[in-house]
Design a protein around this ligand. Structure first.
Ligand code: 5GP
Ligand code: ZN
Length: 287
């Protein structure tokens, strides 16, 4: 595509974001961060997640854990490993370390939960991390590094489905209150290679993934996903219920940066001029 045909990014033009050398990598201004902070606060205050256990996670995961999740097989195109220097004397050689960049906030939770022992009651976790995906782009909603907030349920199968349904309803309600044009859609992950079509079809057929998709003048993009894992992670990581069966899990992921971008593209690049109702919900007070 010719340079001139690329969509302009209103957030960059307004100084909310400043490109820092690689497509989809930006420095964020205070005005932008006020909105992402407000979104984090709003999501954390949802009544559906009251009593959840909060965990802040680093933006790194061991390559071994990510491999065990199947990530390098299913999404090699999005993955990135960390190289570190093995420096001896004057020699410098960068070699793969044991670490990879974290592609989704919930991944480290499952082994952590398994290590705690039997799950005696259903739990909800509130996890957040800065995530990385290797997909440089100039589309305003496609970043290489972005913040993700996830609400993860672990417990019995019925509880997992109920929690996901409640989160979908709550999220759609929040989107409407924020004045976003959003639609809930069945979805599938961008699996790599030949496994692609089979896995996609299975995901669609089982209703494993739904997304909230925002429509703005510049295009459409998912800003939240609601993923039902059944017993897959429970069995894989050994998260057991009191009766010895694997726990069922679901994760409900909110892309904080995508939500902010959706708001700026919908209501304009100056948050001080957003509708009062939207500013009120976000508690963006004058001053
Ligand atoms: P998923 O794991 O369902 O692919 O992603 C969960 C959420 O992370 C998405 O719904 C979206 O909000 C956010 N996300 C995924 N990829 C990107 C991206 O390239 N840029 C931004 N800003 N957010 C993303
Ligand atoms: Zn997740």
């Amino acid at each position: 595509m010719a340079e001139a045909a690329l969509p302009a990014n209103p957030l960059v033009e307004a100084g909310l974001l400043t490109p820092i050398g690689s497509d989809g990598l930006y420095a964020r201004s205070r005005a932008y961060e006020e909105v992402t902070d407000a979104l984090q606060r709003l999501l954390g205050g949802m009544p559906q997640v009251r009593g959840s256990e909060a965990l802040g996670l680093p933006s790194l995961i061991t390559a071994k854990e990510l491999e065990a999740h199947g990530y390098f097989g299913n999404f090699p195109q999005l993955a990135a490993r960390v190289y570190t220097c093995h420096c001896e004397g004057t020699e410098r050689a960068f070699q793969p370390s044991q670490l990879a960049l974290l592609p989704a906030a919930c991944y480290p939770l499952y082994p952590l939960l398994a290590a705690r022992g039997v799950l005696t009651q259903a739990r909800v976790f509130d996890v957040r991390a800065s995530c990385f995906r290797n997909e440089p782009s100039r589309e305003p909603w496609r970043l290489q590094a972005f913040r993700m907030r996830e609400f993860v349920f672990a417990g019995a199968a019925a509880g997992a489905l109920e929690f996901r349904a409640a989160m979908m309803e709550a999220a759609a309600g929040l989107a409407a209150a924020l004045g976003l044009r959003a639609e809930m859609e069945e979805a599938f992950d961008p699996f790599f290679g030949r496994a692609n079509n089979i896995l996609k079809a299975a995901q669609l057929e089982s209703g494993a993934k739904f997304e909230l998709v925002a429509a703005v003048e510049e295009g459409r993009f998912a800003f939240a996903s609601f993923n039902s894992h059944g017993e897959m992670f429970g069995a894989k990581w050994g998260i057991r219920l009191a009766d010895g069966t694997p726990a069922s899990t679901c994760c409900n992921a909110f892309g904080i940066d995508r939500m902010a971008v959706a708001l700026f593209l919908t209501h304009g690049v100056d948050a001080r001029r957003w509708p009062d109702s939207v500013r009120d919900i976000l508690q963006l007070h004058a001053g």
